[in-house]
Design a protein around this ligand. Structure first.
Ligand code: SF4
Ligand code: SF4
Length: 152
């Protein structure tokens, strides 16, 4: 009787081990769902909204924005600050200052929708991090774009 119980236990244990290994093996050959972040970026949903950013005109590389203030006026959180000025020799204004207080932005999209020339869009930035929220209270959206005020 003792021997029979012993054999039954071995059989049940082996069956349980095989069931567990089946899960492990199927996970080993199934599609990978994790990414080696930050070396590898995960695909982002098309509707993802990062902070807003200025769009550059393809021909010139300057911001398409002509400082009409529509986005700033329509922003319900009042988090866009713009100072427009005419660059030397130009007829249209350009943003000398274009700052975003991202600590107040709700990503509602009203600024992007209301811009008459499509000069704003959402960035794909999803990994912003800092120890102090002041790092995001005056983001300079003109940085990284060519400036018509520094044209030589
Ligand atoms: S997304 Fe909304 S809250 Fe954010 S800057 Fe634009 S209008 Fe303001
Ligand atoms: S609405 Fe468009 S063009 Fe007008 S200030 Fe805003 S970003 Fe610039």
């Amino acid at each position: 009787m003792v021997v029979a119980n012993y054999i039954t236990d071995i059989f049940k244990g082996s069956l349980s081990l095989l069931k567990g290994m089946k899960v492990t093996w199927s996970a080993m050959i199934s599609r990978q769902h994790t990414f080696q972040w930050p070396r590898e970026m995960a695909p982002i949903a098309p509707a993802f909204r990062g902070h807003i950013k200025l769009v550059a005109a393809p021909k010139t590389g300057f911001p398409k924005c002509f400082a009409c203030m529509t986005c700033s006026r329509n922003c319900p959180s009042k988090c866009i600050t713009i100072k427009g000025q005419k660059p030397p020799g130009k007829k249209k204004k350009a943003p000398l200052v274009f700052r975003l207080d991202f600590t107040k932005c709700s990503l509602c999209g009203l600024c992007v929708e209301s811009c008459p020339v499509g000069a704003l869009e959402f960035s794909r930035e999803y990994s912003l991090a800092a120890f102090d929220k002041d790092n995001f209270s005056a983001m300079d959206l003109t940085s990284g774009l060519k400036s018509p005020f520094q044209e030589t």
